[in-house]
Ligand binder design. Structure first.
Ligand code: 5RP
Length: 314
């Protein structure tokens, strides 16, 4: 493998553990302001320091993540559809030059195997890979599952294998029964999506089963940022992936972090993580320094200022 490709993959999949905790915050590209991700900067800022990579679009990267971050970026480069129409009719939205300009560690797009636009999305994947490989950039293929498809090992194994055959360097798919079969048939690393929100312990169980059965990690979104305590949840998932924690231990970490953040909120008389000049942030200093700060966009600051002003007037 060429040095650049190897190095970019090693930024995403940590060589010390062979695992990866990717935080997916790209949902808005077809869902709009998803619950928990209405103001992306607020969601991303406290979570990013615990993630091995952030998966997101260029719009959210530019507006909601500081350029001083060292967290690698997996850039979502497909889209062009919304939940109001056919989701499987995606195209490439972002050029490889843009991905390079944004210093992406990888590019990501969805394929829709078995759907009406299967062929276009598979050729889209192939074209993206042809371009990305020229610059040593890995492509992550996401096996999107249409409404009519079963999320079983047969379907996910088929879609994952096709993605690998076309040259994807990583595949993101769903966890399912007989997941080992999906892994066995796919010669590149697999990460699982979290899917819809589950109770925290169940989400941890799913992640644990996935890595025990051969996934290199997770590319999880809603089960982290829609958690009752997202920062506690991402630390619990991290313990599973990088500290070999059992599900019981990880769940205990979740509860313990949740308890301590509650105490901190009480002590400060306000939320532990808020955006603005008077922000308090419980993260260890070395993490803040290493990873950089996550800023609100000018637009949100302006809006918040206006809301304050309007409240005072009332
Ligand atoms: C959709 C995506 C999503 O970003 C991702 O699957 C969402 O993660 P989660 O299911 O864990 O919320 O890639 O195709």
């Amino acid at each position: 493998m060429e040095w650049g490709m190897q190095n970019r993959l090693a930024r995403i999949i940590r060589p010390e553990t062979g695992h990866s905790l990717m935080l997916a915050v790209d949902h808005g590209y077809f869902l709009g302001p998803t619950s928990g991700l209405e103001i992306p900067a607020e969601t991303i800022r406290p979570l990013a320091p615990y993630a091995d990579a952030l998966m997101l679009t260029r719009g959210i990267l530019r507006t909601s993540v500081t350029g001083t971050t060292s967290t690698p970026i997996v850039l979502r480069v497909s889209g062009g559809t919304s939940i109001l129409r056919d989701l499987d009719n995606e195209g490439i939205t972002t050029t490889i030059r843009e991905a390079i300009r944004l210093n992406a560690a990888a590019v990501a797009l969805s394929i829709f195997v078995g759907a009406e636009h299967e062929k276009e999305t598979l050729l889209g994947l192939s074209n993206l890979i042809n371009e990305a490989e020229e610059y040593g950039i890995p492509t992550l293929a996401v096996t999107a599952v249409g409404k009519d498809m079963a999320r079983d090992a047969r379907y996910l194994g088929l879609a994952s294998r096709i993605a690998a055959e076309l040259g994807a360097r990583m595949v993101k798919t769903y966890y399912c029964d007989d997941f080992e079969k999906v892994v066995a048939g796919c010669p590149v690393p697999i990460v699982i999506a979290g899917g819809k929100k589950l109770p925290e312990r169940e989400a941890l169980e799913m992640a644990h089963r996935a890595i025990s059965e051969g996934a290199v990690g997770v590319d999880m979104g809603r089960n982290i940022f829609q958690s009752e305590n997202p920062v506690a949840m991402i630390q619990a998932v991290r313990a599973l992936l990088h500290e070999n924690a059992t599900v019981d231990e990880a769940f205990e970490i979740f509860n313990e972090k949740k308890r301590s953040s509650g105490k901190e909120e009480k002590a400060h008389g306000k939320k532990a993580v808020v955006i603005g000049k008077d922000q308090t942030d419980p993260r260890p200093k070395e993490i803040k320094v290493a990873q950089g700060y996550y800023e609100t966009s000018k637009h949100h600051e302006k809006r918040r200022g206006k809301e304050k002003h309007d409240r005072k007037k009332r």
